[in-house]
Write a protein of this length. Structure first.
Length: 323
């Protein structure tokens, strides 16, 4: 199949069509309209076969996750997603694979009224790069750098599910069918917390999404904000499914250090605590308070039953680890 036919058939008209896209797929560049008094948020993430997903992952899941991780980055900035571009490197043009890929790509993007506005298609090892863009009202983006001592630390959803799903896929963990299905789904089809992110614009002091694991990502907030964090590991939100398939200490390890959860960590000053808790009561996602920002610059301290808690696991996934 020629590149042009492939784009026409699988990418050109499949998704949501937005009025702010003046020229989309088909010209040399997309032309879009940014709303007045809004800033443009832009993020890119690449998923490489064998590095970010197992080579036998269904095409639909690869595409879904590629969109999800990018929308998660926008959510962490408090931005509302609008457009995505897709750069696709393919070893072959397998039509069945592309059909499945295209349906995964458009599932989340349609749900969030996001339009695919362009991209590039090349032959090479399987890799998917998505650039996502969205809007945030002027001067109201969430960042990693606004946390202050005394602020409360929250996370959305549950932690560690994606890590357990990956262990199950790799044959390192056993689970009953129903729990295995849930945990693998959490690994392959993460839910970007788009509504939570936009709702937190006025009330959170800092925010980040969890891609590398809670410990690694809270460290980014602590470093950028010039403060520390105290986390009560007894408060970590663990799903019933995860609790059923691993021992409690393994669940805590996964919640602290396994990546790919794509939940949000955010910090909230005391004055905004009740506003945030009321807002989340109307969402179908929980936010759990897991600790507090401290003045211990650069330090993330863990506690359980008011005692220091030592975590021996790896500190998240590091691509260029020297060891
Ligand atoms: P050019 O050679 O000018 O870069 P291309 O032939 O690569 O143009 O692409 C033609 C059109 O199709 C462009 O509008 C481009 O953005 C779009 N496009 C190419 N590949 C993809 C893809 N994988 N997904 C979405 N749009 C794509
Ligand atoms: Mg090209």
């Amino acid at each position: 199949m020629k590149e042009f036919d492939l784009i026409e058939r699988f990418f050109k008209l499949g998704g949501h069509q937005r009025r702010d896209v003046i020229y989309g797929i088909g010209d040399d560049a997309a032309i879009t309209q940014i709303p007045e008094k809004q800033n443009l948020a832009t993020t890119t993430d690449t998923l490489v076969s064998g590095v970010h997903f197992l080579p036998d992952t269904p095409a639909e899941a690869v595409a879904y996750k590629a969109v999800a991780v990018n929308l998660s980055d926008l959510a962490a900035m408090g931005a509302e997603p609008a457009w995505i571009s897709l750069s696709l490197s393919l070893p072959t043009t397998d039509e069945k694979w592309l059909e499945s890929f295209s349906s995964g790509l458009f599932e989340l993007s349609k749900y969030y009224s996001v339009q695919l506005i362009g991209g590039d298609t090349v032959r090479g090892d399987l890799a998917v790069t998505i650039t996502a863009q969205g809007f945030v009202p002027n001067d109201s983006a969430l960042t990693r750098s606004g946390a202050k001592p005394g602020d409360w630390i929250y996370v959305t959803g549950t932690l560690g599910d994606a890590g357990a799903g990956l262990e199950i896929l790799k044959g390192e963990l056993e689970a009953n069918d129903e729990d295995a299905k849930y945990l693998i789904h959490r690994h392959q089809y993460p839910s970007p917390r788009v509504l939570a992110g936009t709702a937190l614009r006025r009330s959170a002091s800092a925010c980040i999404d969890i891609s590398d694991g809670l410990l690694a990502d809270i460290q980014h907030i602590v470093d950028a904000s010039g403060c520390g964090a105290l986390i009560n590991v007894d408060k970590l939100p663990i799903s019933d499914q995860l609790n059923r398939v691993v021992f409690p200490h393994h669940a805590i390890d996964l919640a602290l250090a396994a990546g790919d959860d794509y939940e949000l960590i955010f910090t909230v000053a005391e004055d905004y605590k009740s506003i945030v808790e009321t807002a989340f009561a109307s969402f179908n996602v929980n936010a759990t308070c897991i600790g507090q920002i401290t003045g211990a610059v650069g330090k993330v301290d863990l506690r359980s039953n008011d005692e220091p808690f030592l975590h021996e696991g790896q500190r998240g996934y590091e691509h260029f680890d020297a060891s």
